[in-house]
Design a protein around this ligand. Structure first.
Ligand SMILES: Cc1ncc(COP(=O)(O)O)c(C=O)c1O
Length: 286
């Protein structure tokens, strides 16, 4: 757990068009985003002072906002420039950026048509998400909802409620994270990352039809194909894990992270996982 609370740090945050001192970037308690989950966000990483796939992350921020009926009052180019300004202003080389957009305080009810859309971007230095070489996952308590139940392709704050609850429950049992099923009972993703398995030299990953088709997921699929590894996007049921030899998570924060265990299923940190860990680590620093 971080000893330095996120609201008690030095630095500058870009908020609604300008850089401001970190501790002054506050929002009122009666903010729609806080009460009703009307917020979308991104998580970007910078390597050597350059944000990896910046344009794709900003495109997704705008797509998430559109799915949440929110219009961001800046252009994508302005947000890209702001991300770079935040890195520079805080002297961050290898770090994490958190752009967020949320509905303000003008209305405090379910209907929020006339709320202002606020945007902020914070950044901080951030090394590896998981410290160990391979992590363990428990089975999540909650399932990813169907596309008829929620805007599942938005990186929307509200969708993380089930992730936090599931991760907490697994952490209490000694696991590092939770693996979530979807509404059909198929393997979906972890609480902040997509999942891949290796079986007989080929990759297998769930079809991203009810969860984020992560930027890292797409990057890893393309790296694997460049390495001549076959990638199968398919339905994976929990019992299919019995036949899988390797498993790893992928996401901007976790990067490519081998998984040694999901519940009672155990995996080796094998060749294919290691090849993709290396290939991704080279690409982000290229
Ligand atoms: C729930 C969830 N799934 C998948 C991902 C991976 O997405 P990306 O690779 O674009 O970071 C993330 C991270 O943003 C996430 O929070």
């Amino acid at each position: 757990m971080s000893l330095l609370a996120f609201d008690d740090r030095d630095g500058q945050i870009w908020m609604n068009g300008q850089l401001k001192p970190w501790r002054d970037c506050n929002t009122h308690i009666l903010t729609h985003g806080l009460h009703y989950g009307s917020a979308v966000f991104e998580g970007n990483r910078s390597y050597g002072g350059k944000v990896f796939k910046l344009e794709e992350h900003t495109e997704r921020l705008f797509a998430s906002a559109a799915l949440m009926d929110m219009k961001i009052p800046f252009s994508q180019q302005e947000i890209n420039e702001a991300c770079n300004r935040v890195l520079e202003a805080n002297d961050i080389v290898d770090g994490y950026l958190r752009p967020v957009a949320w509905r303000g305080s003008e209305m405090m009810a379910v209907s929020a048509q006339n709320t202002k859309i606020h945007v902020a971007i914070a950044a901080w230095s951030w090394p590896a998400y998981f410290k160990s070489e391979a992590i363990s996952l428990g089975w999540a308590k909650y399932r990813r909802p169907s596309p008829e139940s929620a805007p599942v392709h938005a990186k929307a704050a509200g969708l993380y409620m089930i992730c936090t609850l599931s991760k907490h429950a697994c952490e209490k049992e000694g696991f590092d994270d939770a693996l979530m099923l979807d509404f059909r009972g198929q393997v979906a993703e972890a609480t902040g990352a997509n999942v891949f398995f290796v079986k007989d030299g080929e990759l297998h990953t769930p079809i991203a039809d009810c969860f984020l088709n992560g930027i890292t997921r797409r990057t890893v699929i393309s790296l694997a194909r460049d390495l001549g590894i076959t990638v199968n996007e398919r339905v994976i049921m929990p019992e299919d894990l019995a036949d899988m030899q390797e498993c790893f998570l992928v996401g901007t924060a976790v990067e490519v992270k081998p998984v040694a265990r999901v519940g009672d299923y155990h995996f080796q940190v094998g060749d294919i996982s290691n090849q993709l860990v290396d290939a991704y680590s080279k690409l982000v620093r290229a």
